[in-house]
Write a protein that binds this ligand. Sequence first.
Ligand code: PLP
Length: 415
Amino acid sequence: MHMGSVPRNMQLDISQMRSDFPILSKKINGKPLVYFDNAATTQRPVQVIQAIDRFYRETNSNVHRGVHELSERATEQFEAARENVAKFINAKSPNEIIFVRGTTEAINLVAYSYGKKLRRGNRVLLSLMEHHSNIVPWQFLREKGVELDYVGVNDDGTLKLEDYYGLMTKQTKIVSIAHVSNVLGTINPVEEIAKIAHEKGSLILVDGAQSIPHVSIDVQEMDCDFFAFSGHKMLGPTGIGVLYAKESVLEQMDPFMGGGSIIKEVQLNESKWNDLPYKFEAGTPNIAGAIGLGVAIDYLNVIGMENIRRVGKGLTEYALETLPEVGDIEIYGPKNSEDRVEVFSFNLAKVHAHDVASIVNDYGVAIRSGHHCAQPLMRRLGVPATSRASLYAYNTKEEIDLFIQSLKKAKEVFN
Ligand SMILES: Cc1ncc(COP(=O)(O)O)c(C=O)c1O
């Protein structure tokens, strides 16, 4: 696809889109690659690959430091990427966009910097469907007497919303919740949860790692205090991600890491912090990564997030309709395409999840198996592991058919 060639709301030409992703035409084990591991990381279009290559060939220099031409150009491109991110999620200002390595670092930043303000007896409210990166950073706060509570998960893979009323107390200072589950694909009602959190005097962090590739994000409408995501799950490079936070909240927080860029003045025993967003960006950032992320956002904007969501719903409906043909298959998560994205965890009776992933690999199909960094959720589901097929807008119904054939082979081998 050539940038600018798909007007919003036009039918998306998937084969044209696929031609932008060189890796999708590769063969694996002599078979055409069926890449269904997008929740782990998506693929990158040539536009992103070329932007990174171009940066290193033509503009490479450090940012915010030099007065020489290259440094000014690099700074301009880096800051333009920040503005692009701000617009993409409808932040009020680019000052609210902190570049980090990814969702994990964003959540650690908040748990550390906002966590410094918490006291013994304060509580953090999570859920049983969180990725470990939205559990472990909060566990560090237990050392200072902060307690963790967990909202439950219903059998249909939705959140027990009533738990927010039951578990929120005056001591709850942060609610942190995945917008979309990386295991179940469930889309959580984060606007409603934000309302409850704020009514009870708590802040809310939304882990957007799995939502930002699939649905359009408006942080002002969501009214979240923090929103975290990773570039590599939305067609961008690895090693770059974003913490969005309301300016008023960031103003109250100390830096996460010490070093250059975050300071206005350094004395021998203390320092004065820089303005936002630089107060939270210690050291040389991932400049090419941020520029690549900006180009990934341009790409998504050209396709249109509403088109991506529409294609995703179509793939979800087709997969939920056809996967049961395999027989003896349990698919976890909501059954309605409105309430989920195209990420499917499942188990085949009498076949271990790892064996499923290994056999379908022989047929060129890339899926993941294991606990998906969500052990509390595995315990809730009563299984040690699942297989997970996670699709994206460039995937097709024909690929789902190939996947189903490979699952039938796996069943044959093991039964
Ligand atoms: C819901 C969720 N949160 C957080 C993360 C962590 O993202 P990263 O590894 O890019 O920091 C992931 C990664 O799979 C995820 O699925």
